[in-house]
Design a binder for this molecule. Structure first.
Ligand code: M6R
Length: 365
């Protein structure tokens, strides 16, 4: 079943151009250059004053990326929390408002409980799920599938990139409905989305480089991931991926938070992985990289050639990513982030498909 891959995780990372392409084909009308949701949703994005998102782990990070997209493209305020907090915090939720839950398995206990709570408050519930027969898919007022296929590796990879793909399509649909996204802007985003599977394939070409880099990361005790904007949740996801399969301590931080604490950790022994596509706030991230470099920190930049040239910094390594529309960057940048964790853990001889203490689906609290 693993084909010519050593691990399910490796296979699933490599499947992404295909499964993201399949997911896109389900949500995009290619001939019209617009998003076309496969079924009508039982609510109208125009009627919402707020969107609440809950999920756990990697699915939560997909939701955090989506917060940026919904707020930017649809001007819809988003509140997001991990499901284990949301369910017990018992937040006030407006009748007829919308709660969005995200789950690969569709069986995560806390996510299911937060969905039930939202329903009891009279909310519409929309689930982004990978297993269409799951409890969450059945109980939500509407479920939209990620077409990632079965994910076996405990570390979520292809489900994550498919979640991002569906969430961006939803944010675009919301933007159109709310009149905040012109037809032209939508066409531009759809054009960018269509290039994503090919760009992910390009990113997979960097695997050899990442493998070399992983040998260095494997020596570290701590690794810091930094990013701004949607690269911030990607930093959180990168750190989670590394810690769950390599057991190296890793933390993700909003780059702007560096000087509010974590900069105290920086020295030559701490690799700092900076996720920075050349977007509108790239310059801000460059100043954070300078702060790291000035303290002897070793920077690994995941960015494009333009950004690397503009930064003009001595990095320990640069994983050069293709040029792209920054809106779709999280989907493509998921690839090097996953490859870094995967190759570090494989090099260290860890069981990447079955990391210690972890279960694929967390059906108990
Ligand atoms: O099945 P779910 O998407 O609801 O699972 C949520 C988390 O348990 C899951 O993403 C977990 O964090 C993974 N091990 C991450 O790689």
């Amino acid at each position: 079943e693993k084909g010519n891959h050593r691990h399910f995780m490796g296979k699933e990372i490599h499947e992404q151009p295909e499964v993201v392409g399949r997911t896109l084909a389900h949500y995009v009308d290619l001939s019209q250059g617009r998003v076309a949701l496969p079924e009508a949703l039982p609510f109208d994005f125009r009627d919402l004053s707020r969107l609440s998102i809950t999920a756990c782990g990697t699915a939560y990070y997909a939701g955090l990326v989506a917060k940026y997209w919904f707020e930017k493209l649809a001007r819809l305020p988003v509140e997001i929390d991990v499901a284990s907090e949301a369910r017990y915090r018992e937040p006030p939720l407006e009748r007829d408002g919308l709660t969005l839950v995200i789950s690969q398995s569709g069986e995560t206990a806390d996510t299911l409980a937060s969905l039930r709570y939202a329903k009891a408050q009279g909310q519409h519930t929309l689930a982004v799920v990978n297993v269409p027969t799951s409890t969450i898919a059945r109980e939500a007022s509407a479920a939209v599938p990620t077409l990632a296929g079965p994910e076996i590796g405990v570390a979520s990879t292809k489900a994550f990139s498919c979640q991002l793909t569906v969430l961006l399509c939803l944010a675009i649909a919301a933007g159109r409905a709310r009149g905040t996204l012109s037809a032209e802007a939508e066409r531009g985003l759809v054009d960018a989305l269509i290039t994503v599977p090919g760009l992910m394939a390009d990113a997979l070409q960097r695997e050899g480089e990442v493998e070399g880099l992983a040998r260095e990361i494997a020596k570290a005790r701590d690794v810091l991931y930094l990013g701004r904007g949607t690269a911030y949740p990607m930093a959180l996801e990168g750190a989670l991926k590394l810690k769950e399969i390599s057991y190296i301590h890793a933390e993700g931080y909003a780059a702007g938070e560096l000087k509010h604490g974590p900069i105290a950790l920086i020295d030559e022994s701490v690799p700092v992985i900076v996720i920075a596509p050349h977007d509108a706030i790239f310059e801000k991230t460059v100043s954070n990289m300078q702060e790291v470099a000035a303290r002897g920190g070793r920077i690994i930049l995941i960015g494009d050639a333009k950004g690397a040239a503009a930064a003009g910094l001595d990095t320990m390594a640069t994983v050069t990513m293709p040029d792209l529309d920054p809106v779709v960057a999280p989907i493509v940048y998921a690839v090097p982030i996953q490859l870094i964790a995967y190759h570090t853990a494989v090099f260290m001889g860890k069981d990447v498909d079955q990391p210690r203490n972890l279960a694929k689906s967390v059906t108990v609290e």
